[in-house]
Ligand binder design. Structure first.
Ligand SMILES: *[C@@H]1O[C@H](CO)[C@@H](O)[C@H](O)[C@H]1NC(C)=O
Ligand SMILES: *[C@@H]1O[C@H](CO)[C@@H](O)[C@H](O)[C@H]1NC(C)=O
Length: 247
């Protein structure tokens, strides 16, 4: 991984600017800087009634802490938003050139209403070009890893494998098309995983070995966040990190 002088300066400025927490309230607002950008993407808000705010609590080096508070009603099968952090550094490497992709995610629902429908998930984007924004014509694959899926919600497509073991955890693997890309979703088969500490490379090699994903595909983006459908909750990410180490 290369760190240019300009991005080192940007990191220093953003850390200085983050001495107090920043709360996002708008539909597509982001808090940029350093190794992560927090975005409150309320892309589905018109299918519901409610509100959401997201706060970047701290960011230092490869670690970030943030929270999101959401209240959503109506259309229980529609996602209302994807508040997430995106890594500004873990991207642009071909799957065949990844040595490891260590990640940790410690999270907790500080409050939750009865019967919430929401996932807590990674959203990882592969494409043929080194770079590309998530969910665009540049996207070939969307890889979700659901550490939680409450209230009977389901990933895109249908379950193609059940109770497979990847990176020491059990998953149901779902797949199906979405727009111009293919979705693979690893949905926890053993309840909430609130202290996640794995090498994402194990998911990537599962897909290249078993599901026909080409090793020449690039990781274009790694996002982590939550997709609420209905209910209200405060989701706290105490600590999150991700990196890609090239061969
Ligand atoms: C957010 O929505 C909840 C539930 O509808 C409501 O009780 C609360 O007042 C709303 N908050 C704001 C700031 O609009
Ligand atoms: C899922 O796999 C794990 C690990 O192999 C096993 O212990 C567990 O019994 C399996 N669960 C079901 C429902 O098959």
């Amino acid at each position: 991984m290369r760190l240019s002088l300009s991005s080192a300066i940007t990191a220093a400025i953003s850390l200085a600017a983050l001495s107090s927490a920043q709360t996002l309230t708008g539909q597509y607002t982001c808090s940029a800087g350093g190794q992560y950008t927090l975005c409150q993407n309320l892309w589905g808000e018109l299918s519901g009634v409610g509100n959401q705010t997201s706060t970047l609590i701290s960011q230092s080096g490869n670690a970030v802490s943030w929270s999101t508070t959401w209240n959503w009603a109506n259309n229980p099968n529609n996602v209302k938003s994807y508040a997430n952090v995106i890594s500004n550094t873990a991207k642009g490497v071909q799957l065949q050139n990844i040595a490891s992709a260590p990640t940790t995610w410690n999270w907790v629902y500080e409050t939750q209403s009865a019967g919430i429908r929401a996932d807590v998930s990674y959203d990882i984007w592969f494409g043929k070009a080194p770079s590309g924004s998530p969910a665009t014509t540049a996207s070939s694959y969307e890889i979700m890893i659901w550490l939680s899926g409450l209230g009977g919600i389901q990933p895109v497509g249908s379950a193609i494998k059940t109770n497979i073991t990847v990176a020491g955890h059990q998953w149901d693997l779902w797949s199906g098309p979405n727009a111009n890309w293919q979705v693979f979703s690893f949905k926890t088969a053993s309840g909430d995983i609130t202290n996640f500490d794995v090498d994402l490379q194990e998911f990537f090699s599962y897909l290249t070995t078993n599901e026909g994903v080409a090793g020449s595909q690039y990781v274009q983006a790694i996002q982590t966040g939550t997709e609420p459908f209905t209910g209200n909750a405060v989701l706290l990410t105490e600590s999150y990190s991700v990196a890609i180490n090239s061969k």
